[in-house]
Design a protein. Structure first.
Length: 335
């Protein structure tokens, strides 16, 4: 018998734990490897991810689930153990990114709509059989003085809702990720602009989820924080926390079991500090944790540098950051 969606979601939100987003597409992991002058190949991608998934202490104490790219879901560690088994042995749940990426939206210059709905029901069945119990789909919302358009927010929210319904039908918890970009173009918007756009986006996302009959008790929301554009960063930690919580309280029903933030290009320390400030300073109706990609991995990637002799150093760096994020998820992180 399949597990209940609510139980999977509750396990994803286990106290002091969060999600490791290791679902970079082949193109994106290639860009990350470029920063350490490493060629991306099936083997180098395996070695890198094996380093993370075998960082036992971090995985067992700080990570409730791992979002994988399709290649990794079916990949084996160097000794032949399927990665799904390595992740499960650490007490974490395997998940899968199922969208096919944000593609230019026709007739909406500068905006994208995320593709991947065609054939998704069949793919979800295969992923479930392979061990995935949650999935992720990311809609991307561009911000400028004039963007986003209502049409693009609506199209992305609609796709998120269609995806979420398909997941729930397949016994998979959908992570609903509407990312309001902080590092898009021009990337100099104010925090007020971020607040307005995030509020509008979340409102429309929850309308679409309701229209699609999605059970809110069986989703995890993965939002961006309310934060000024990367090129205009000046908001304090307290301001980011206050505005983010305000918008979430206005738009996210308390039936949603968990909110797991993306880091979106914030520095590792910013992402840690913001989460901790929200957990420490506010009474929140939902669980709240991290679902970081770059903010959990950047230090580990740099310490590893693609060299086998640095695996232990990479794991130490990952473990340190995971512990800091875990502290933040309980509101206990201090600079
Ligand atoms: P970042 O934390 O690097 O934004 O990645 C999280 C993610 O899954 C984006 O889709």
């Amino acid at each position: 018998m399949s597990e209940r969606l609510e139980d999977i979601a509750a396990a994803m939100m286990s106290a002091g734990k969060g999600l490791l987003a290791a679902d970079e597409s082949t193109a994106t992991i290639g860009k990350r490897f470029d920063t350490i002058a490493l060629t991306s190949s099936e083997t180098s991608r395996r070695d890198y991810r094996e380093m993370l998934f075998r960082a036992d202490e971090a995985m067992k104490t700080c990570i409730s689930g791992v979002i994988l790219f399709e290649e990794t879901l079916f990949q084996k560690a160097a000794d032949g153990t399927p990665f799904v088994d390595v992740i499960r042995a650490a007490g974490a749940i395997p998940g899968i990114k199922v969208d096919a990426g944000a593609k230019p939206m026709p007739l909406f210059p500068g905006e994208t709509v995320t593709e991947g709905l065609d054939g998704l029901a069949g793919r979800l069945k295969t992923y479930y059989e392979a061990g995935a119990r949650f999935a992720k789909w990311r809609g991307v919302i561009a911000v400028s003085d004039v963007l986003p358009s209502f049409g693009s927010v609506k199209a992305n929210a609609h796709a998120l809702a269609r995806y979420a319904a398909l997941c729930q039908q397949a016994g998979i918890v959908p992570i609903v990720e509407p990312e309001v970009l902080m590092d898009g173009k021009p990337g100099d918007h104010s925090i007020q602009r971020s607040e307005d756009v995030t509020e509008m986006t979340l409102r429309i996302v929850f309308e679409e989820l309701a229209d699609a009959n999605v059970s809110l008790e069986g989703i995890i929301l993965k939002p961006s924080m309310v934060i000024d554009g990367k090129k205009a960063r000046k908001a304090s930690v307290a301001e980011v926390a206050e505005r983010t919580v305000r918008v979430l309280k206005r738009t996210v029903p308390s039936a949603v079991p968990g909110i797991a933030f993306l880091s979106g290009g914030q520095s590792t320390e910013e992402a840690t500090a913001h989460l901790s400030a929200m957990k420490a300073g506010y009474d929140l109706p939902w669980g709240m944790t991290y679902s970081y990609g770059r903010a959990l991995q950047t230090e580990a990637l740099n310490a590893w540098g693609g060299k086998p002799e640095n695996v232990a150093a990479g794991q130490r760096a990952f473990t340190h950051r995971a512990k800091m994020c875990s502290l933040a998820a309980t509101g206990g992180w201090k600079k």
